[in-house]
Design a binder for this molecule. Structure first.
Ligand SMILES: Cc1cc2nc3c(=O)[nH]c(=O)nc-3n(C[C@H](O)[C@H](O)[C@H](O)COP(=O)(O)OP(=O)(O)OC[C@H]3O[C@@H](n4cnc5c(N)ncnc54)[C@H](O)[C@@H]3O)c2cc1C
Length: 348
C-alpha cells in the first residue's frame, strides 16, 4: 500500500527516496510526484547554463543515503589515485559535475526511483482523516514536500535584452551582469572567456567567503546554537549573495544597467519564501501556519508541527527547510532532512 508521498522529483526528492529505501521502506509504499523523471533535470539545466564544471560542495555533496563513503573515497577507489582523499582532508576536494551526475544516475537506478514515480505536478496537499490527500491521487500518512526553489528572481524592469544566468544563453559582445554572488562571478568569467566586454551591475561590494556553510553548523552543538539564536537574522545573513575569493575578478562596475549593453545577464538567483510556492502558500493560508521572514516555522525535525502528530507527518526538504537546518538546500542538508523523515515513516 502506498502510504508515503514525496512531492517534488528533484535532488531533495531523490535523496529522501534513496534514504527511505535504504531504511527498509519498500518501493511500492512510496509515490513520488514530479514534473520530470530525471531527478537532476532542474539542477542540470542551471549548472549547465553557468557552465559549472565542479561541484560547489565537498565530498559529502552526493545523493547516497549515507554520508560515508563520500565522492572523494569513491573516486580514489575507482581511479586508484589518493589525490581526492588528500584534497578532501584539507576541505579542498571539489568533485566534477560528471562524477556527481554519475552518482545521481546510480542512485536513481539502484533505488527503484522510476518505479515509484508519478509524472504529475501537484497543486494541492490537504488534511484528511487518514493523513493527507495529494490532489486526487489518494491519501498518505507521511508526506515530504521537496518542491525546490519557487522560480527565478528577475529585476523589476526588464526588456528583450535580459536573460537569466540559470537559463541557457550565449553571450552578446557587450554584456552587463546584474548581481554580486556566485552566479555573477561565474558569468563574468564565462562572458570574458567568450570575448565579451563585461560590466558588473551591482549596488554593493561583493561578499567574499567560502561557499559552504561553516562546518560547525553541521554539528549538534552548532545546530543548537543556531536554534537558540535569531534564526531569521542568521538565514538572512547567510543567504546574502557571496562567492569564494579565488573567483573574484576585477571588472568595470556600474550601479545601473548601461544603455549600450547589448545583453543583460541576471545573476539574481531565485524567488525567496513560501509565498511564491502555490502548494506551501495554500497550506499556510488554510491552516494559519506560523511564519517568520517569509519562511514556514518548522519543528527541529523539519516537520510542520501544526500538521504533524503521532499518526501523520508533513515534512519539508530543500530550501524551504532551512528554518530547521540552515544548510537544507545542499545535498548534505537534504540527507539530514531525509533521515528525520525516515524515522517518522518507520516508527509511526
Ligand atoms: C547552479 C547550482 C549549483 C549548485 N551546486 C550545488 C553543489 O555543488 N552542491 C550542493 O550541495 N548543492 C548545490 N546546489 C544547491 C542544491 O543542491 C540545488 O539547488 C538542488 O537542485 C536543490 O534540489 P531540490 O530538489 O530542492 O530542488 P530542484 O532540484 O529544483 O527540484 C525540485 C523539483 O520539484 C518539482 N516540483 C516543484 N513543485 C512541484 C509540485 N507542486 N508538484 C510536483 N513537482 C514539483 C520541480 O519541478 C523540480 O523538478 C546548487 C544549486 C544551483 C542553482
Amino acid at each position: 500500500m502506498t502510504r508515503i508521498a514525496i512531492v517534488g522529483s528533484g535532488l531533495a526528492g531523490l535523496v529522501a527516496y534513496a534514504t527511505l529505501r535504504a531504511g527498509g521502506v519498500a518501493a511500492d509504499e512510496i509515490s513520488v510526484y514530479g514534473d520530470t523523471a530525471d531527478p537532476a533535470a532542474a539542477w542540470r539545466m542551471r549548472a549547465e547554463a553557468i557552465r559549472q564544471r565542479q561541484m560547489r560542495s565537498e565530498s559529502d555533496g552526493h545523493p547516497f543515503p549515507r554520508t560515508f563513503p563520500g565522492l572523494a573515497v569513491r573516486e580514489a577507489a575507482r581511479t586508484l589515485d589518493p589525490a581526492p582523499l588528500v584534497l578532501s582532508l584539507a576541505d579542498r576536494y571539489r568533485p566534477s559535475v560528471s562524477t556527481f551526475l554519475d552518482a545521481v544516475e546510480r542512485v536513481r537506478e539502484r533505488s527503484g526511483w522510476d518505479s515509484s514515480l508519478e509524472p504529475r505536478r501537484v497543486s494541492l496537499v490537504t488534511l484528511c482523516h487518514k493523513g493527507f490527500r495529494v490532489d486526487d491521487h489518494g491519501s498518505f500518512e507521511h508526506v515530504l514536500l521537496a518542491l525546490g526553489h519557487p522560480g527565478l528572481a528577475w529585476p523589476d524592469d526588464r526588456d528583450a535584452r535580459y536573460v537569466h544566468a540559470y537559463e541557457p544563453h550565449a553571450f552578446a559582445r557587450r554584456v552587463a551582469v546584474v548581481g554580486a554572488g556566485m552566479a555573477a562571478a561565474t558569468e563574468w568569467r564565462n562572458a570574458s572567456a567568450d570575448g565579451a566586454e563585461v560590466i558588473s551591475v551591482r549596488r554593493r561590494e561583493p561578499v567574499l567567503r567560502p561557499l559552504n556553510l561553516p562546518r560547525p553548523f553541521f554539528t549538534k552543538r552548532g545546530l543548537d546554537e543556531y536554534r537558540r539564536g535569531d534564526r531569521a537574522a542568521f538565514l538572512e545573513a547567510f543567504s546574502t549573495p557571496s562567492y569564494p575569493r579565488e573567483l573574484h575578478r576585477d571588472v568595470p562596475v556600474a550601479r545601473e544597467v548601461p544603455d549600450d549593453a547589448e545583453q543583460v545577464v541576471c545573476a539574481t538567483g531565485f524567488l525567496r519564501g513560501y509565498a511564491h510556492d502555490p502548494v506551501l502558500a495554500r497550506l499556510v493560508a488554510e491552516h494559519d501556519l506560523p511564519t517568520a521572514a517569509g519562511r514556514i516555522v518548522l519543528d527541529d525535525d523539519s516537520t510542520i508541527p501544526e500538521l504533524t502528530d503521532g499518526t501523520r507527518t508533513l515534512a519539508v526538504a530543500g530550501v524551504h527547510a532551512q528554518w530547521a537546518f540552515p544548510a537544507a538546500d545542499t545535498l548534505a542538508g537534504m540527507r539530514w532532512v531525509a533521515h528525520r523523515f525516515l524515522r517518522r515513516c518507520r516508527t509511526r
